[in-house]
Design a protein around this ligand. Sequence first.
Ligand code: AMP
Length: 412
Amino acid sequence: MLYLDNYSFADKTALVRVDFNVPLKENNGSFEITDDTRLKAALPTLKKILSDGGKIVLMSHLGRPKNEGEYEQEGKGENKFSLRHIVGYLKEHLNTEVKFVEDAGSNEAVEASKELEKGEVLLLENVRFYKAETKTNQENHTDFAKKLARLGDVYVNDAFGTAHRKHASTATVADFFDKENRVCGYVMQKELENAQKVLGNPERPFVAIMGGAKISDKIMVIEKLLDKVDSLIIGGGMAYTFFKAEGGNIGSSLVEEDKLSLASELLKKAEAKNVKIHLPKDSIAADKFDNNATTKEVNNKEIPDGFMGLDIGKEAQEEFSNVLKNAKTIMWNGPMGVFEMSNFAKGTQKIGEVVVEATQNGAYSLIGGGDSAAAINQMNAGDKVSYVSTGGGALLEYLEGKELPGVVALEK
Ligand code: AMP
């Protein structure tokens, strides 16, 4: 794989796929960026290209346009998903001219890319306004990728968050560049290096913490982790399926009825592999899914009818903390409870604090993207752990051992 530091962009136009999928908030007709983590993460890659004396054509998606690409006119989408709202931010942070074209597949885009001066940037409109971006089975998918490829001499992929998608801008476009002109950006490089730290030869004990709503989303990665970790902590909504599978009463807690036998099998597999599984012994249970609900501390095998577990309890916090304090490698994906509600965020916060403490004591800690990244950032502790991944789904697939099309496209 060719990395950014091994490439000189002088006099080249780099077609760069970034992940600018940032949250926007409308305010009197204009849109404000409410979290610039992903934009900030991409800046070093962009600055390196510009300081080499290169030019940049940027492409990204933003949000999930409802009927992705299915607008009357290809390339036209809703204003709330427009990348136009990012132009000001880029101008300010790159300190250069940032041009914008609405139709990424048009001749106008080709002209605009040719007219770029050294050190300038051209941002393309949301690539997901095109059906051809995401629908690989469509005839015009390859055509669209080819049209995008006209816009640069070298392709850089720095969008780890979408590397698990075989889209035109993330993978197919790379087919139109020679291997010497397909480059891995800094974000992508860092993500892969950090994932390798837990996949390769992690220092032991290696403890993984899995949380969040459903086991079904994470089953593959849990199975894979059983071959790697010494202990696996399971919290969040997914824990209750395990208690039900073991014959407990879980009240109205979240459960995946069709995954009960799978949950029992996982526990057996863990035992066979000598992996210690830690399930939360107790919960904070609520009589409704509401921050102001009436709550009770309950044993997870005896949750009263009408109550649902929405956070791990004190005993679980203590047990999990003790396991984490001895860890030398930690991977955390998914919250311990409904952390979006302050009354059910304590378990997740406690885990965050202990992961920070373990890191200060020399452990390596990788925070999987999505909600666990949001939780650690909410605590302003993003810089107190070893690495916060920007890609939730992509990281999970990589940890599962799947090939990521966006990475393969740079390697092949
Ligand atoms: P995931 O995307 O699978 O990581 O799940 C994250 C979501 O799981 C968050 O929105 C949490 O609010 C939710 N969650 C965590 N614990 C629970 C729980 N005990 N009951 C219901 N939802 C939960």
